[in-house]
Design a protein around this ligand. Structure first.
Ligand code: NAD
Ligand code: KPL
Length: 305
């Protein structure tokens, strides 16, 4: 008998995982915020995944945080700023051998969750898959990619990676997941805030080459100082490559601001600046970028944390 996949968060990535796991015949249950959301979900009849223009409905059972029954395997698929609180609600249900898979972008939320659930094995993930919500309970699979999973304190891969293979979820077990998360964080810090401040697509940053280069120098210094030299390697070239390759796209932070959604700034630029300050490292360009971004968000009445 397969272990049930509990999915916390019926948003873009949560739906992308839940529908593919369910399609492979694996037991999946979706944990929703409250009774009203559960009723709305049940009325919709399930989750809809749109792939290459084709929609498919998956009647994944829904439940609430305080529903009965233990949770052994939990995919945490909410935003970084919601993760700790969302997992806290589930603590009474976590089995002694529970495993949590943390899909959050950036850094900081994973450690907060791990501290809240010290008995659980926390597996960190970094994904380049892309999905967005087209409406309630309806998600479009927008970009194929890969998900790297790893556990910095325990290198053995879990046996349930087979479930991901059976579900067609491209993945790899990564012995250096923190390096991957730091590298992605550095890329996001060099690109996303500037696209918000300059109001441009990623490709618009080609006109701000010097500003990007100065940030890359400081991010490289930060990564080296905090024990992540591999994440620092050739960072500027990688940032330039990503800007070229995604020139026509709007960054995720740009889209959050444009849609008046809360950003994950505290887990990206905010995290980088606070680690720098902990290491007594002065990074004037990065700090100025954070001040400008916070001001920009506040001027628009958006949360700046
Ligand atoms: P999302 O906003 O689409 O979904 C999050 C869901 O979690 C929402 O439905 C929200 O209601 C739910 N939620 C929050 N707190 C909850 C609680 N206590 N109980 C139940 N549900 C709760 O977010 P997303 O785009 O799927 O992103 C999730 C994470 O994955 C983020 O850190 C994001 O940066 C990262 N990520 C997203 C993508 C993508 O393409 N969407 C790609 C890579 C990484
Ligand atoms: O991950 C990204 C994002 O938009 O969040 C890229 C495309 C790499 C830009 O930083």
């Amino acid at each position: 008998m397969s272990t049930t996949w509990h999915i916390l968060g019926a948003g873009s990535l949560g739906t992308l995982w839940a529908t593919r796991l369910a399609r492979a015949g694996l037991p999946v249950r979706l944990i929703l915020r409250d009774q009203a959301r559960l009723q709305a979900y049940q009325a919709a009849g399930g989750l809809t995944l749109v792939e290459q223009g084709q929609a498919s409905l998956h009647a994944v059972p829904g439940e609430l945080a305080d529903s009965p029954g233990p949770i052994t395997r939990l995919l945490v698929a909410c935003k970084a700023y919601d993760a700790e609180q969302a997992v806290s609600q589930l603590l009474p249900r976590l089995a002694a051998d529970a495993e949590l898979i943390l899909l959050q972008n950036g850094l900081g939320s994973q450690d907060a969750v791990a501290a809240r659930a010290p008995q659980a094995r926390c597996i960190y993930a970094s994904s380049t898959e892309g999905a967005f919500r087209e409406g309630d309970w309806r998600v479009v699979f927008a970009g194929h990619g890969y998900t790297w999973l790893g556990d910095a304190s325990h290198p053995t891969a879990p046996f349930w990676l087979d479930d991901l293979s059976a579900s067609g979820i491209p993945h790899e077990w990564s012995a250096d997941i923190l390096t991957r998360l730091w590298r992605k964080l550095a890329l996001n810090c060099a690109i996303n805030p500037l696209t918000v401040l300059h109001g441009c697509r990623n490709g618009g940053l080609l006109e701000h080459h010097c500003e990007v280069a100065m940030l890359c120098l400081e991010l490289t210094e930060l990564l080296q100082r905090c024990g992540q030299p591999a994440a620092a390697e050739d960072l500027q070239h990688e940032v330039e490559r990503v800007i070229q390759a995604t020139a026509a796209n709007y960054s995720s932070m740009y889209q959050d601001v444009a849609n008046r959604r809360r950003t994950e700034i505290s887990y990206l630029l905010g995290y980088a600046c606070s680690v720098a300050s902990r290491h007594r490292l002065s990074l004037p360009n990065l700090e100025r970028l954070q001040r400008r971004l916070v001001e920009h968000l506040q001027q628009r009445g958006l949360p700046s944390d």
